[in-house]
Design a protein around this ligand. Structure first.
Ligand code: NAD
Ligand code: UDP
Length: 316
């Protein structure tokens, strides 16, 4: 059955891929975005589709539309972007979630929240299972995002318990791929752009901190599987790639794959930067029969090709 699906943050990196996939599956998409970090360029290829609609709107304000399902992705996601206007970052997670949950309540529909591995903060347990409650500094520079997303999870579970809303919560770990913002300061985009321009690769700290990177197609597959899983499975469920990399090793891999002449330089580690991060995806494997399939070399090559294309078009 054709559904009308609302994707908030649909003009962003992950949201634009999600809009494309949902349309391909034969549904209608209403993409709601205020284009704070997203861009029309991410969705321009979808605009000829009569079943794709864009609404410029800030979800911190109420929204009255008629839809059958909601994917709530609106929120700046990279430290550089979410620290630019930290008060707005907390607002979009808290007020935005209240508005979208209110919409789901009025329409009696299912709503999925894009939560994050940042709810685990600088984790003391490794890898991180969903049962771990996290180690977040509530007053630090990352708190606007981390605590905002934690509060959003609280709101989702309270709306579920109190108002019987059908909820789905996914905790997304570092995701990469085409349409990442070139200036969002994230490690993948920074390193690839620096390598393509033969500029110094900026490793923060000594580069021994780790992250685990999931290719965007795999992530979107996981998000959709979660939305379509049985109603009694609310999550939270981790989605991410359990392959863990030291940041220094990632820098060397990108230099190698791009054939760059860049040299590595070391810069101070930002405050509260998590030392290690790797998802335990046992739950996603069991409940969603999902795990990432894209080998890192393939994912990196596709992402590098995207940034090369931007460079050719002088958009970098
Ligand atoms: P992104 O910044 O590319 O996309 C976010 C989108 O939300 C943008 O298009 C932005 O303009 C829009 N937006 C921001 N504030 C809004 C508001 N008030 N009203 C309407 N739209 C608004 O980020 P992304 O990487 O695509 O992340 C998407 C979601 O996934 C976010 O909720 C993020 O927290 C979550 N997430 C992403 C990652 C990752 O590695 N990319 C990791 C964990 C969680
Ligand atoms: N990082 C880095 N150089 C950069 C950008 C990021 O060494 O130019 C490091 C950063 O300190 C962190 C890791 O890479 O340890 C991932 O950073 P990112 O901002 O991509 O995501 P997050 O910290 O939110 O996982």
């Amino acid at each position: 059955m054709k559904k009308r699906i609302l994707v908030t943050g649909g003009g962003g990196f992950i949201g634009s891929h999600l809009c494309g996939r949902v349309l391909k599956e034969g549904h209608e998409v209403l993409c709601v975005d205020n284009f704070f970090t997203g861009s029309k360029r991410n969705i321009v290829h979808l605009m000829d589709d009569p079943y794709f609609e864009i609404l410029r709107h800030d979800i911190c304000f109420p929204l009255y539309v008629e839809v059958d399902e909601i994917y709530n992705l609106a929120c700046p996601a990279s430290p550089v972007h979410y620290q630019k206007d930290p008060v707005q970052t907390t607002k979009v997670s808290v007020l935005g979630s209240i508005n979208m949950l209110g919409l789901a309540k009025r329409l009696k529909i299912k709503i999925l929240q894009a939560s994050t591995s940042e709810v685990y903060g600088d984790p003391e347990i490794h890898p991180q299972p969903e049962t771990y409650w996290g180690n977040v500094n509530p007053t630090g520079p990352r708190a606007c995002y981390d605590e905002g997303k934690r509060c959003a999870e609280t709101l989702f579970f309270d709306y579920h318990r109190q108002h019987k809303i059908k909820i789905k919560v996914v905790r997304i770990f570092n995701t990469y791929g085409p349409r990442m913002h070139p200036n969002d300061g994230r490690v993948m985009s920074n390193f690839i752009v620096q390598a393509l321009k033969n500029e110094s690769i900026t490793v923060y700290g000594d580069g021994t901190q780790t992250r685990s990177f999931c290719y965007v197609d795999d992530m979107v597959e996981g998000i959709i599987k979660m939305m379509n899983s049985p109603d009694d499975f609310t999550g939270p469920v981790n989605l991410g790639n359990p392959e863990e990399y030291r940041i220094i090793d990632l820098a060397e891999k990108i230099i190698d794959l791009t054939g760059s002449r860049s040299k590595i330089v070391f810069k101070p580690l930002p405050q509260d930067d998590p030392k290690r991060r790797r998802p335990d995806i046992t739950l996603a494997k069991k409940k969603l029969v999902w795990e990432p399939k894209t080998p890192v070399k393939e994912g990196l090559n596709k992402t590098i090709a995207y940034f090369e294309e931007l460079m050719r078009k002088r958009e970098l």
